[in-house]
Design a protein around this ligand. Structure first.
Ligand code: GRF
Length: 222
């Protein structure tokens, strides 16, 4: 992309991933313009993080709309005021309509707390513990109409500790997310990674598999 990538971050909650973006951009380690932070919940703490960082915010509550399509149209109209090049879903707890995804085709990223295609959907950490898996992690992927099914870009994986709770595992996964999500978004922002023909392209070549980074039990990249 020729100009600095105008990025909208969409949240519904605490926004620790948003904070990771703010911190990286703030120290010059990530070359994105954080144009707006959008929430569907007025009390999302991520909105406070955005305000503290001087980033414009917007909020539209989904409960004020009759259905998904009308809500999504309102969100797109609002976001388009900033003409975003990239939408970063960071704990945005809404399923997006096909029309919304098409409007921003190839420009939406999500992070899902599992090593996709394993464990799409909710409660991933407990499901990993219940299955006795040795590895868990998180996946940055392009968003398509298929929930948690779009082409993958980057995975961070870490070993599961058999005795830990789902909350402890979730905290360790989140620490990995804070490293991989800004990195992957930076790759998209600088054009190294693209969405083309329904798949991820890395350095001008179609990528069948995502880049995989391995972390140790305390979140250090190996
Ligand atoms: C993250 O764990 C991410 O995997 C999921 O939502 C969570 C958001 O957390 N999509 P936070 O609001 O960034 O703290």
């Amino acid at each position: 992309m020729a100009t600095r990538c105008r990025t909208a971050v969409l949240i519904s909650g605490s926004g620790t991933n948003l904070q990771a973006f703010i911190d990286r951009v703030g120290c010059g380690a990530l070359d994105l313009e954080l144009s707006v932070v959008f929430s569907n919940k007025p009390d999302a703490y991520g909105l406070v993080r955005a305000k503290n960082a001087g980033i414009p915010t917007a909020c539209i509550e989904h409960g004020d709309f009759a259905g998904r399509d009308s809500f999504d149209r309102a969100v797109a109209a609002k976001l388009d005021e900033w003409q975003p090049d990239l939408l970063v879903l960071a704990g945005f707890m809404r399923i997006l309509s096909a029309a919304f995804v098409a409007h921003y085709a190839g420009k939406i990223l999500n992070i899902h707390p599992a090593l996709l295609p394993a464990y799409p959907g909710l409660n991933t950490h407990q499901r990993v513990l219940d299955a006795g898996d040795r590895w868990h992690g998180s996946t940055v992927h392009f968003v398509t109409e298929e929930l948690d099914g779009g082409p993958r870009i980057l995975q961070g994986r870490l070993p599961v500790v058999a005795s830990e709770t789902a909350d402890q595992l979730a905290a360790r996964v989140q620490a990995v997310e804070h490293q991989i999500y800004p990195e992957a978004a930076g790759w998209v922002g600088d054009g190294r990674v693209e969405f083309r023909d329904g798949r991820t392209w890395i350095d001008g070549k179609p990528a069948i598999d995502p880049v995989v980074q391995t972390f140790d039990a305390v979140g250090r990249r190996l």
